[in-house]
Write a protein that binds this ligand. Sequence first.
Ligand code: HEC
Length: 145
Amino acid sequence: MPGKRLASATAGYILSVAALWLNATAVQSSPPGEALYLDHCAACHQPDGKGVRGFFPPLAGNPRVTADDPAKVQDYLRRIIFGYHGGLIVDNQVYSGRMPPIGYVGRINDSELLDLINYQRTAWGNDARPVTFAELAEARSAGRP
Ligand code: HEC
């Protein structure tokens, strides 16, 4: 019966619009990138971004994370994408651990990665400009730091 099929298609359409709307409100309630950060980074850098002194460097208040200068932003992006173990000093504390490459977290697309990065740059009192897709692409093509 075409009429019945039409009615159920309409009901299906209304349901999916409602689902999209619910989804959109859920996303608004927490900043984009926050869930990804909690899943993939917080085990080491901690949910509050403060890290663990001597083991995992803080991302909150870390001038490399909030860099504005394009060259410094490139260094920061490459550390996230390719991993890093060159040793660091943050807030007068030495770190000589191993930052896993982003590949370690499995499939994460560039738009999610950008959300995650921009979350770190604006969470916990950080107040940096957003990183762009073009900057992320440049860091990817530049390779390991
Ligand atoms: C297994 C623990 C671990 C996980 C998970 C981890 N990191 Fe790291 N991260 C480190 C360590 C250790 C260092 C310091 C490396 C060193 O001392 O050379 C570091 C360094 C960094 C740096 C460089 C900081 C600076 O001052 O230059 C950034 C940025 C960073 N991590 C971001 C992230 C992001 C984003 C994620 C999630 C996608 C993440 N990390 C997941 C352990 C981790």
